[in-house]
Design a binder for this molecule. Structure first.
Ligand SMILES: *Cc1c(COP(=O)(O)O)cnc(C)c1O
Length: 241
């Protein structure tokens, strides 16, 4: 257990150093970039270690696992950790995710919105006025690419408007994953352009979640406010079943 803590402490320090170096290179204040530690496949005990080491934001991509882990960490306090849902979302699970997530980063179609809003109403700590933060996931893949996740850039403006019109949801910005087989800096440059365009009509969409263990520097260089880092912080995940 304390061996695990030592490992995570070392990895986290290295990731924080990478973030700081990338911010310096980009002339940005490190306070502008939030580290979201992606804890999928890792136990709640790791979330506790991270919280103890000052990590404020954690990310999960599978509903059942996320729901269980949030419950296991409930004693850390509602203000203690911000939970980001970053995975593909089925519309029949949206209400359940909206009930425990603080930020849903993977909103890619209007069909999810009513469920998310309904779930957000039922959050145990909600006083009825705290909206659920939403990021729109935009695809950086060529149209028609296999396994493409995220909204088409052409659909973002309309989707953003739908979020703004939904009580209980708050549009905060964009999320994207760099496509395989392309230089992430090129993909994130495209993303920066998409973001500029969205901000022109939706000025509150200021957040940009981009960058993972392998490409966080490129993302920070192109304006990311959130980097989602899993393996660099926690080690390699067990193979996906
Ligand atoms: C797993 C995952 C990450 C973290 O990936 P690493 O390469 O382990 O840093 C980031 N974003 C999403 C959407 C993920 O599913």
């Amino acid at each position: 257990m304390s061996e695990r803590r030592d490992e995570v402490t070392g990895r986290l320090a290295e990731v924080r150093r990478r973030v700081a170096t990338a911010c310096e290179a980009a002339g940005r204040d490190p306070d502008e970039v939030t580290l979201v530690a992606v804890t999928k496949f890792f136990p709640a005990s790791d979330v506790r270690i991270l919280a103890d080491l000052g990590v404020t934001d954690v990310g999960e991509n599978r509903h059942q696992e996320a729901e269980a882990k949030v419950a296991e960490c409930a004693d850390l306090g509602v203000s203690g950790l911000t939970w980001h849902f970053i995975g593909g979302l089925q519309s029949n699970k949206a209400a359940a995710v909206g009930a425990y997530a603080d930020v849903v980063e993977s909103v890619d179609r209007a069909k999810l919105l009513a469920g998310l809003a309904r779930g957000a109403q039922g959050r145990p700590d909600a006083d009825g006025t705290r909206p659920l933060d939403v990021l729109l996931q935009v695809s950086l893949d060529p149209p028609g690419a296999a396994g493409r996740a995220g909204a088409d850039p052409a659909d973002l403006d309309a989707l953003a408007t739908r979020v703004e019109e939904t009580d209980g949801l708050r549009l905060r910005g964009l999320m994207a994953v760099a496509p395989l087989g392309e230089d992430p800096a090129t993909a994130f440059e495209r993303l920066a352009g998409i973001r500029r365009e969205l901000l022109a009509t939706h000025p509150d969409a200021v957040l940009l979640s981009a960058g993972m263990s392998g490409d966080l520097e490129a993302a920070i260089g192109l304006g990311a406010t959130h980097v989602r880092v899993g393996s660099a912080v926690l080690g390699s995940r067990p193979a996906v079943k």
